[in-house]
Design a protein around this ligand. Structure first.
Ligand code: AVI
Length: 326
């Protein structure tokens, strides 16, 4: 084995160990819970792509509306103070939305480097190919790894002003406490004048929200159940996937949209040497997709010591990209 293959194997082992210990901790807790960051194996990525194309899942189209139709306004809020910067995207994926902004900035001759951060090297190399094709003059530095490690790396590569994108409503996959700590940590890594653009899914008619996570075709259900399939494959678990059922809730007062798996029978599950007992109708807490009011957003910005400098809504007022400055 050469040393690069060695390192890759080591990273794989480390991440498998962390996956296993997170799963064991979660299933030993009450209520049992699993972390939604583990949804995204190959099958999970595919299912999430299908979710984004579902008629009920409005989030992607809303934020696309902002990036496609309000590109100039977005660009102006970034450019108001400085014209040379690094544009860092956390969890860039296929940059479907941000590519409208990238194209606009390149056409205007703005001096910037795009730094997509993603945990998946495969996704980053596909993104590189796509952007080289679509926007040949775009300067790209890809950063493969965890968000905060890669932000440190970005800062070590260049001392220019930073504009950080955290899109897609991903902030909603943390509860309020976690999102506060996340934003505080981001703030610590940025300098005076740096900008953070965060996509928030707003509170709206509760039926609209619930339907987005309780789709008629059952894709969200498969997305959740896929984590059991993944644990069976990667952690030597023996979940009987047919014995669990997706259950979605939305509380319009708190804005918490939560998904659970319900155990349809009293049953035992083995993971390695550990045995987990499930009562009939016992729940596994799988994911939160928090929805926000304007006050929630203002409080989060204030508590984590950012100033809101602009807010860009989609045409339905269902989603907002909130632009914060240190
Ligand atoms: C990635 N994230 C913003 C999605 C959401 O809306 O919470 C994940 C998702 N879960 C179920 N459907 C989509």
């Amino acid at each position: 084995m050469n040393s690069q293959v060695d390192t890759e194997a080591q990273i794989k082992n480390d991440s498998k160990e962390t996956f296993l210990s997170d799963v064991l901790d979660g299933l030993k807790s009450f209520p049992k819970h699993l972390h939604s960051k583990y949804f995204y194996d190959k099958a999970g990525d595919r299912l999430f792509q299908q979710i984004m194309n579902m008629p009920e899942y409005y989030l992607t189209n809303c934020e696309l509306d902002i990036f496609k139709n309000k590109t100039k306004k977005l660009a102006n809020s970034i450019l108001s103070s400085d014209t040379s910067f690094d544009l860092i995207e956390l969890g860039a994926g296929d940059a479907m939305k941000s590519s409208y902004l990238l194209k606009h900035l390149v056409e205007k001759g703005v001096n910037f480097t795009y730094m997509p951060i993603d945990i998946s090297g495969h996704i980053l190399s596909e993104l590189n190919k796509k952007l080289n094709n679509e926007i040949p003059d775009l300067e790209i530095v890809s950063l493969e790894g965890e968000y905060f490690d890669m932000l440190d790396k970005a800062t070590s590569i260049s001392t220019r002003k930073k504009v950080v994108l955290f899109l897609g409503g991903n902030i909603g996959n943390m509860d309020f406490e976690e999102s506060y700590h996340f934003c505080r940590e981001l703030k610590r890594k940025l300098n005076h004048g740096d900008i953070l653009i965060v996509g928030f899914d707003l509170k709206k008619n509760p039926h609209t929200i619930l339907n987005a996570y309780n789709d008629a075709a059952g894709i969200t259900s498969s997305f959740n159940l896929n984590l059991l399939v993944r644990m069976n494959r990667e952690l030597d678990a023996d979940f009987d996937v047919l014995n669990y059922q997706h259950y979605q809730t939305y509380d319009p007062i708190s804005g918490a949209c939560k998904s659970y798996l319900v155990s349809l029978a009293e049953q035992n599950v083995h993971i390695g040497n550990e045995v987990f007992h499930f009562q009939e109708n016992e729940l596994i807490d799988m994911e939160i997709s928090q929805k926000f009011s304007q006050d929630d957003i203002s409080k989060l910005a204030k508590d984590s010591k950012f100033h809101i400098i602009d807010e860009i809504h989609d045409s339905k007022n269902w989603f907002v990209d909130s632009i914060w400055q240190v």
